[in-house]
Design a protein around this ligand. Structure first.
Ligand code: GAP
Length: 537
């Protein structure tokens, strides 16, 4: 599937729009249209139901090491700045970026890709920013231009075999780099750290006393409420706290549609357990989360689980696995992260309690008090847990399955997109685009059509529409030929179409058509709601 086709469908049918489009858009920000908002909400609802609200704490399900409880939270986006100091984000949450002195553009150091090209004694590292399938063509075009050659002279150039990212080019060779928007080499600055948190000011204070940050993850709201949850509920370890909400990161190069945005939604669980049991829970959550995507339709080779190498681990993590999807905008064989499942140990609770340093001993910047002593940077609150059965007291370990609602939405859209053929009303095969979305997440569960706009058919169809509408999101359409109406619904993933025809007037039945199999069957009007309800389940 070509990504442009999906992007164009998303805009044309109202899944996603560029934010502030009429003013030229704002890079890295996306709006969800009438269909997109339903799809994303269904995904978030499915996650909330399956992970939190619908979780049965009385049963040991899905291979869990024991029974466990789940509760939810909804925390604020702005929090006390000390939260980000203790979490490590203030000091450590950065990317390396390079600036082009000529074009004034900024790039993420590890995301600029290129290839070595030489002509005789001269060499240049030609960088490009384009779709994977056009990379070689673009390198050739830029290299010819750089050396002042024409197309017919391409034989004078020698290309390296592989593309590589700029951060793999040795520092001494960076003078040969041709930046993506430059015409001469050596215009990029050295890589510099760039904190990804958006800063704002709270209240009337415009100075540093009023400084605050938009949360870059929802997780910290859960950690700082750990004690509140324990004190206000009867949860006992092991238990998890779930939260869905917006997060913000000032990404240097937002790209690939909604994949890397500056404002996005996360679906996070912080699962608190006894340290001795944490390896088992880590395994459980990796499997459970992979299973969730599979059940909702992301299966096969495009979905995989990958354990992180030691040098990839975040500053807090002592084990992380990613659930990854082979998004079609990535080069062949590459996968993009959908969700990370991290074993965070006791880092967060300890840090919010004591202001502890991170496990890799990269010290947070020390603030000194008037006596020149390091200030106490944690909350000073006791965030340990006492097991009332064993009397054991410990700081719980945390397993964190952290998913992106926007990336999940994008992956489900990519997986669902298919082109095939379906017969029209005369039985002639017509090409169609069909979004094979799992009915549970499809924006509309059914569409209702009167075959023609007369003979009382619209009235019957509207009654069926009204009855279905009590239960789910349904679409009513009486415009255009019925074959065209079917195709319009196929294109947005509506699993069932219900048509009122002349036979309906005689025997009070309607046809139901399945989006994927194209099978059609008759159902009594009185049974339509039950029929659709049963199939969607
Ligand atoms: N609390 C841990 C945490 O935030 P992360 O790997 O940085 O971990 C978790 O983010 C998930 O959030 C990612 O797997 C991804 O789905 C989503 N995510 C992160 N940055 C994103 C961005 N810039 N745009 C869209 N989704 C993003």
């Amino acid at each position: 599937m070509q990504m442009e086709k999906l992007v164009s469908l998303c805009k044309r049918r109202g899944f996603m729009f560029q934010s502030s489009e009429i003013y030229g858009g704002l890079n890295g920000f996306w709006d969800y249209g009438p269909l997109g908002v339903e799809l994303k909400r269904n995904i978030k609802d499915a996650w909330w139901h399956d992970m939190c609200k619908g979780h049965n704490e009385l049963l040991q399900l899905n291979g869990a090491p024991s029974t466990y409880e789940m509760v939810g939270l909804d925390c604020t986006i702005l929090m006390h700045p000390q939260v980000w100091k203790c979490s490590g984000h203030y000091d450590l949450f950065h990317d390396f970026m390079v600036d082009c002195r000529v074009s004034k553009k900024r790039y993420r150091f590890d995301q600029v890709r290129g290839k070595w090209v030489s002509r005789g004694e001269q060499k240049v590292f030609v960088t490009i920013m384009c779709e994977p399938e056009n990379e070689q063509e673009e390198v050739t075009r830029r290299a010819l231009k750089f050396f002042g050659l024409r197309n017919k002279d391409v034989g004078q150039l020698v290309f390296a075999d592989v593309f590589q990212s700029l951060d793999k080019v040795p520092a001494a060779d960076r003078v040969f780099v041709l930046a993506p928007d430059a015409n001469e080499a050596n215009t990029l600055t050295d890589p510099r750290e760039f904190n990804l948190m958006f800063k704002t000011y709270v209240g009337a204070l415009s100075g540093e006393e009023g400084a605050a940050f938009l949360r870059p993850e929802t997780a910290q709201g859960i950690f700082v409420n750990f004690k509140n949850v324990l004190d206000s509920t009867r949860v006992r370890i092991p238990f998890g706290v779930a939260q869905v909400g917006k997060s913000f990161r000032n990404e240097i190069t937002p790209r690939n549609f909604t994949f890397r945005s500056r404002e996005f939604e996360q679906m996070e669980i912080e699962f608190f357990c006894n340290p001795a049991e944490s390896p088992m829970w880590y395994q459980y959550w990796r499997n459970r989360r992979l299973q969730w995507y599979t059940e909702l339709g992301l299966a096969g080779e495009r979905l995989r689980l990958r354990e992180h190498e030691q040098d990839e681990l975040s500053h807090y993590s002592c084990g992380t696995a990613d659930i990854e999807y082979a998004f079609p905008f990535l080069p062949e064989g590459e996968y993009g992260e959908l969700e990370g499942i991290a074993h965070r140990g006791d880092f967060d609770l300890r840090s919010h309690s004591e202001g502890k340093l991170d496990p890799k001993e990269r010290p947070l910047k020390l603030e000194l008090n008037e006596h020149g002593q390091p200030k106490h940077r944690g909350s000073g609150k006791d965030l340990s847990y006492r097991d009332d059965l064993t009397n054991e007291r410990f700081i719980p370990h945390v397993i964190e399955p952290s998913a992106g609602a926007d990336r999940a939405t994008l992956a489900f859209l990519c997986e669902a997109y298919h082109e095939d053929e379906a017969p029209d009303e005369d039985g002639k095969l017509q090409s169609r685009v069909v979004m094979r979305l799992n009915p549970r997440i499809a924006p509309y569960k059914a569409a209702v059509f009167p075959l023609v706009k007369k003979d009382g058919m619209p009235e019957i169809a509207k009654d069926i529409y009204g009855a279905l509408k009590q239960k789910f999101n349904v679409f009513y359409d009486e415009k255009a030929a019925v074959g065209r109406r079917y195709r319009r619904q196929d294109e947005i993933g509506t699993p069932y179409c219900i048509t009122v025809d002349s036979q309906s007037l005689q025997d009070k039945t309607v046809t139901v058509r399945d989006r994927d199999t194209l099978e059609q069957w008759r159902v009594k009007i009185d049974d339509v709601v039950g029929e659709i309800e049963g199939r969607i389940r």
